[in-house]
Design a binder for this molecule. Structure first.
Ligand code: SAH
Ligand code: SF4
Ligand code: F3S
Length: 432
């Protein structure tokens, strides 16, 4: 029997798909690279914006002809949209077999192969399910992500995540360290820790800072990254570890959302623009090349011209290395969904475009600043444009394109001099 998993959404869904792959392999199933040859087809979905759900529904609909060809094929919808839409999904997608939320993945082998095959919907939250003792299958030979925290205890007024993923659950530190250890034994050298407010991690006397230190002590770990920290959960201990521990990369993805304190308050973000900027200043005080990327929402309900101006102002001050910029998408069930929108879709789009234009210039300037620097890069893969060239990433998460001077493999570390910037892309000459 063969399975195929299609994943949408964030890195946590990627992790969960790898976890499910591990569970299925344990039950004797094998992966099918070709979707047409699968006996079980899984779609791990996202609900964060309306567009994410539309994309998933469109993609899942495409599997209908496969089901007509192979009557035994089972199509299973997993993840955030599974929880969000539940039973309703059978109306839109009448050919699917099961809808499974994030707390029921351990039962998947049973659901698809045996005892629970007749039940269709598994979407309750299970406060106790933290996937202890289960580990994601390694998907990539040199870098892996590990979810250390599931769910979210914040209730940002626009966000659906807590409603589809449940309350925050922190993983047992010993389990996390075991997963890191297993990963390095398989050749992994870069570890990315995942959580919706990952720096709020606390469990069995361990803080996020102390966990980072323990992971850095494991032989074989060379680079540590994490996503997403919340601006509210930095303290001096954490900032000092981030600056002094040489294995923790100098890149942070720190979501701003808005630069207006009025909007931040309405969003229930629990910080001010000033606090946000002070964190960037602290992180860059010892290393001006410390990369900061972010998420920003344009056109949040109630956002005035002057609120939006403040976002542009903070963006200019923050000098983000890059940003994911979104147009506000009202989500049923969230607090801000209940508020009447005044902005039209065009107005929201216009703000978004203005923001993108300003940020693109900053992104390009931040890349330009890298010219002439000597950087260690972690080699990832041949370049998609020209296979005689390869791509690797710097410690501060910038892609570098280079021509190898001898054989290279994914996972190698090389020293490169950045000698050209094309657009945002850094090009390097291999020194060693
Ligand atoms: N836990 C992270 C964010 C996870 S969701 C944090 O708190 O920062 C990823 C991003 O999607 C968010 O940072 C936000 O910018 C965006 N997002 C979430 N809900 C949204 C909505 N309703 N409309 C538009 N963007 C949204
Ligand atoms: Fe959503 Fe806020 Fe939680 Fe992030 S911190 S997942 S934006 S509720
Ligand atoms: Fe999407 Fe769920 Fe992640 S809503 S962003 S896949 S936590």
């Amino acid at each position: 029997m063969k399975y195929h998993i299609v994943t949408f959404g964030c890195q946590m869904n990627e992790y969960d798909s790898a976890l499910i792959a591990g569970l299925l392999e344990g039950a004797g199933l094998r992966v099918s690279k070709n979707i047409e040859e699968a006996d079980f087809l899984f779609y791990n979905t996202c609900s964060v914006r309306e567009k994410a759900e539309e994309t998933a529904i469109a993609k899942i609909s495409q599997s209908r002809p496969l089901k007509q060809k192979n009557k035994k094929l089972k199509v299973i919808v997993l993840g955030c949209m599974a929880k969000n839409k539940g039973e309703q999904l059978f109306e839109k997608l009448p050919f699917i077999d099961h809808v499974i939320g994030t707390d029921h993945y351990r039962q998947i082998p049973e659901i698809v192969l045996g005892a629970k095959a007749n039940e269709r919907v598994f979407t309750d939250f299970d406060e106790k399910e933290n996937y202890d003792g289960t580990y994601a299958q390694i998907q990539n030979p040199f870098s892996t992500s590990i979810t250390i925290q599931r769910g979210c205890n914040k209730r940002c007024s626009y966000c659906i995540v807590p409603y589809v993923r449940g309350n925050e659950k922190n993983k047992d530190p010993l389990d996390i360290l075991a997963e890191v250890q297993m990963s390095v034994e398989k050749g992994i050298s870069e570890i990315t820790l995942l959580g919706q407010t990952v720096n709020a991690y606390k469990k069995d006397g361990e803080t996020f800072a102390s966990l980072l230190e323990k992971i850095s002590e494991i032989n074989g770990v060379k680079r540590i990254r994490f996503v997403s920290p919340h601006p509210r959960h930095y303290d001096d201990e954490l900032i000092s570890v981030l600056q002094s521990n040489s294995k923790i990369c100098h890149h942070v993805h720190l979501p701003l959302q808005s630069g207006s304190d009025t909007i931040l308050k309405k969003m229930r973000r629990q910080y001010t623009a000033e606090h946000f900027l002070s964190l960037i200043e602290a992180l860059r005080s010892k290393d001006p090349f410390y990369a900061v990327t972010t998420d920003i929402i344009s056109g949040f309900v109630g956002e005035t011209d002057s609120d939006f101006e403040k976002t542009l102002e903070v963006v200019k001050q923050a000098q983000f290395d890059n940003a994911f910029m979104f147009i506000y998408s009202p989500r049923i069930g969230t607090e801000s969904y209940l508020e009447k929108e005044i902005l039209s879709q065009e107005q929201k789009l216009l703000r978004h475009q203005q923001l993108v234009e300003i940020q693109n210039q900053i992104t390009s300037n931040r890349s330009q600043n890298m010219l002439g620097r000597v950087e260690e890069i972690l080699v990832e893969r041949p370049s998609s444009k020209d296979p005689s060239e390869w791509m690797g990433k710097t410690d501060n998460f910038k892609k570098v394109i280079f021509k190898p001077t001898s054989t290279v493999s994914p996972g190698d570390y090389l020293t490169c001099k950045i000698n050209e910037i094309r657009g945002w892309t850094l090009r390097g000459e291999v020194l060693s």
